[in-house]
Design a binder for this molecule. Structure first.
Ligand SMILES: [Zn+2]
Length: 473
């Protein structure tokens, strides 16, 4: 089996537009309150839409769907080119994380730089490349005269904010989508670049804004120190209700889940093959001791255990501005990852209740939370399993591997709820060195090109499967 889309062909078709996209600071709404006024998301969407139209896929309709007060959604509706029934939805997003910290010498978040087989810039891997891979895969089928079912490429613009606009768009699209029986999600990860990585689960997420107030305004610490309890100490005490401060173990039973034996076994298989993929390539300081016993344990911890990070703070001056005062308040934002099967809404309620009940020293404690559900892949139907093996062989010359991911993609849980029998392929380019959400994000171009082939193969298998199924019926 030869490749359908070479790296050169991918770059010829997509790179110029991807570089223009890389220059647009189209931050997700959480990081750009004024996104409607700044217009960056609209600019990126218009750029994508123009490129999609320029491909000239047979009968394709490209539209930007708008709902008052919400981010727009790009939809490319490619009609079936054969008898195949059902709809394949291919998903990606174009909103970006902020720059986050210093980028390395010569690199910058919104100025694309090509080095070797990588393109560096914010958003190119997470998740700008997705639309290009999806449409170039479909185009390869049309070029070969290979039939496909109706394919709808959906590119949203609020994913990095937890997809607050997604449900409204899906409600709006319900009638348009028809019977969705395959979702290809191109926003996930890879542990290596030598094979197709299939995501079997995603963690859920809760972000809690927690504020502890003790004074109406700051008071000289020579006056109030030792008399007024410190808001930071109270915050620390509250955090200890959630996690063990020495081990980092999350203490709330409701945030843990039973881990399915097949997922535990799969982590063992991956660790046997790759050693400690969850623990290597991290920019740790020398001598840092990682959590977890070994490679398999760390994979499980990253995909099926809850974890807490403090992702933002307020009420605390920068060191240069530090004065000897008892500060009036401290705010922390808790970023909590949840096991795939924990109900995120219930997890959010549990966290808020735990943090706000009986506040120490009678301090004023307030907490609000947003949340997104995790996801577990349904069992693979035989046709899709075959498709994954044959596409990985064609694109990578190697069998696929299966693993859970530690991040969240709300779309998968949402679509799974709406279409009970839907099958999933979740994969992506977020592998070693891609550093999505951090500095120096990069897209591994050979993998992006290979995923065009994977898309084409899976969509082809789907068409063959549904065509024979309809015949039997
Ligand atoms: Zn993403």
């Amino acid at each position: 089996m030869s490749r359908r889309v070479s790296e050169e062909a991918f770059c010829d078709a997509a790179l110029a537009t991807l570089e223009r996209y890389a220059a647009i600071p189209c931050l997700s709404p959480n990081f750009d309150d004024a996104w409607e006024a700044t217009g960056h998301l609209d600019a990126a969407m218009a750029l994508f839409a123009d490129w999609a139209r320029s491909l000239g896929l047979r009968g394709a309709e490209v539209s930007i769907r708008r709902i008052q007060g919400r981010t727009p959604l790009l939809m490319i509706d490619v009609p079936a080119s054969c008898e195949a029934a059902g709809t394949v939805v291919l998903y990606g997003h174009l909103d970006k994380q902020p720059a986050l910290g210093e980028w390395s010498e010569g690199l910058a978040p919104f100025r694309p730089v090509r080095r070797g087989d990588r393109l560096f810039a914010r958003g190119v891997a997470d998740d700008g490349y997705a639309m290009f891979a999806a449409l170039l895969g479909i185009q390869a089928l049309e070029r070969d005269g290979t039939g496909h079912a109706r394919c709808i490429v959906v590119i949203e613009a609020s994913e990095e904010s937890g997809s607050p606009d997604l449900e409204a768009h899906l409600d709006d699209l319900q009638a348009v989508l028809g019977r969705v029986d395959l979702l290809v999600c191109l926003d996930s990860g890879a542990l290596t670049y030598d094979r197709l990585w299939v995501t079997t689960s995603l963690r859920g997420m809760v972000n809690v804004h927690l504020t502890v107030e003790v004074l109406r305004h700051g008071v000289h610490s020579g006056t109030a120190g030792g008399v007024v309890p410190s808001s930071f100490r109270i915050l620390r005490e509250l955090l200890d209700r959630v996690e063990n401060p020495r081990t980092g173990e999350v203490l709330l039973g409701g945030l843990h889940a039973e881990i399915p034996v097949n997922h535990l076994a799969a982590a063992g298989v991956v660790a046997k093959d790759l050693g400690d993929p969850a623990g290597t390539d991290l920019p740790v300081v020398e001598g840092l001791q990682l959590m977890g016993r070994d490679g398999a344990d760390r994979l499980v911890r990253r995909t099926w255990e809850p974890s807490l990070s403090i992702i933002g703070m307020d009420g605390i001056p920068a060191p240069l501005d530090a004065a000897n005062v008892v500060r009036p308040s401290t705010t922390a934002v808790l970023g909590v990852r949840l096991p795939p099967t924990v109900d995120a809404a219930a997890g959010a309620r549990l966290l808020v209740d735990t943090l706000t009940k009986s506040p120490p020293c009678g301090a004023r404690v307030t907490a609000t939370a947003i949340h997104a559900d995790g996801w577990v892949a349904p069992a693979l139907q035989p046709w899709l399993r075959d498709a994954l093996y044959s596409s990985s062989a064609r694109a990578f010359g190697k069998e696929p591997s299966f693993t859970g991911e530690g991040g969240s993609i709300p779309f998968l849980a949402s679509l799974g709820r709406r279409f009970e029998a839907v099958q999933f392929l979740a994969t992506g380019v977020l592998g070693p060195g891609s550093n999505a959400h951090g500095p120096d994000e990069s897209l591994h171009l050979p993998t992006a090109a290979r995923l065009c082939d994977v898309v084409a193969d899976v969509v082809e298998h789907h068409a063959r499967h549904t065509a024979t199924k309809e015949k039997i019926l």
